[in-house]
Design a protein. Structure first.
Ligand code: FNR
Length: 395
């Protein structure tokens, strides 16, 4: 589907499709209220996978802070402003998108559904939504790229300790058509995650979520035997190189030198870090606390967003994730200055519940609700949203 067709999508029409299907007695397999997905997934999927996806760092305080930070903002709808024609399209990192939304990088999707990342990527591409592929995917990046077809795809880098593996990942990602690089800064170490610890559940140690590494020539060069002959040695090699807590701002020059497209730093929460990102020649940041999965007690992501937006000015594209569940959350993030939002856990629950169709439902429901919220609040395009559209509930 061409870009023009995407731009003209009538997202809100999804509700009439559902009502019309209902004339033949059909009701959707998936809920319209996306906040119900976690509970449904918990009933249907195994405790290990559900704990891994739903779980957070520590007591879950920051995951809750993500929600309360968004909930503290309230939309003040405006009336009588002709909202018949709406255009949700947005320019993000060199691509014209039909809506200001991408799917967040989420690793090891095979634990939720056997069709894993390719199913989620096909769902994203079907609706013109970029798919951000995790370094820790359970499917090699080339296979996921094939599933995307001509859909926009971005690659998330867990920056390995090993320089050759890093370079090889960048080469492979570029060759497979990933047009932007998302470098995750908040996961140099795995945080204290009680739900996983209580079940002693970490898929990587079984060689799940390691597909990009195990298929990589530079990674394989460091092994005495092929991966299939000595899985334990391959896993150990992976664990030793997976990340590098010694990295500093100066190291970004290396990535800038070896990646021609946009580079986005994921996990920025402090305005000064946004300034440093711009000074280092980066193109964007994602305001994110990894869904509350890394620093328990960290600031709710939406509370950090306005400060980063102000610091970024027009030097960086500011994207947002952590806590986005519904169309009004998308509205609020954009009104606070985000160029686009990344959707995380909800689409993975959709994948777990109904494969590709489940992810498509989640994308369409979220964007239909966003489109309706936009219209009913008196706006016709994301670019019209400013902080004036919101008030603080606790002011
Ligand atoms: C993640 N996230 C993540 N981020 C990243 O850069 N690389 C990754 O491999 C993963 N893997 C991952 C797995 C799971 C199960 C979750 C839930 C999250 C973080 C993700 O990109 C995003 O920042 C969060 O999901 C946002 O929080 P919410 O909105 O999903 O709560």
């Amino acid at each position: 589907m061409g870009e023009q067709a995407h731009a003209e999508r009538d997202w809100a029409a999804f509700q009439y499709e559902i009502y019309l299907n209902g004339m033949t007695g059909a009701v959707p397999r998936m809920p319209a209220d996306l906040t119900r997905l976690e509970e449904l997934a918990a009933h249907r999927l195994g405790p290990g996978p559900v704990g891994y996806v739903a779980g957070s760092a520590g007591s879950g305080r920051t995951e809750r802070a993500n929600r309360s930070a968004l909930d503290r903002w309230q939309i003040v709808p405006r009336m009588l402003r002709d909202v018949r024609r709406r255009d949700l399209s947005a320019d993000v990192l060199g691509s014209r998108l039909p809506a200001p939304l991408a799917l967040a990088p989420i690793g090891v999707q095979s634990i939720m559904h056997p069709d894993a990342e390719p199913a989620a990527a096909r769902a994203a591409a079907a609706h013109g939504v970029p798919f951000v592929l995790s370094s820790a995917s359970s499917t090699p990046m080339e296979e996921v790229a094939a599933a995307c077809g001509d859909g926009v795809r971005w690659f998330q880098l867990y920056w390995p300790k090993d320089r050759e593996v890093t370079l090889s990942f960048l080469r492979r990602a570029r060759a497979a058509g990933y047009s932007a690089l998302f470098v995750t800064l908040d996961t140099w170490l795995l945080s204290w995650r009680p739900r996983d610890l209580d079940q002693a559940y970490l898929p990587f140690l079984r060689g799940v979520g390691t597909a990009n590494y195990f298929t990589d020539p530079a990674f394989q060069a460091g092994l005495a035997k092929p991966v299939h002959e000595d899985l334990d040695a391959a896993v150990l090699h992976f664990v030793q190189m997976f990340t590098d807590p010694g990295k500093t701002w100066d190291d970004l020059a290396f990535l800038r030198e070896h990646w021609e497209g946009p580079i986005v730093l994921k996990g920025v929460l402090h305005p000064d870090d946004a300034r440093r990102a711009a000074d280092a020649g980066m193109d964007g940041v994602v305001v994110s606390n990894h869904g509350g999965r890394q620093v328990n007690g960290a600031i709710g992501a939406a509370d950090a967003l306005p400060g980063v937006v102000d610091a970024a000015g027009d030097r960086l594209a500011v994207l947002f994730d952590s806590g986005v569940r519904t169309g009004d959350d998308v509205f609020k993030a954009l009104a606070l200055g985000a160029r686009a939002v990344l959707l995380g856990r909800p689409y993975v629950y959709g994948l777990g519940l109904d494969g590709q169709a489940g992810v498509e439902h989640v994308i369409r429901a979220l964007l239909a609700e966003f489109d309706l919220t936009l219209a009913l609040s008196g706006y016709t395009a994301p670019g019209e949203l400013t902080r004036d559209a919101l008030v603080r509930a606790d002011r």
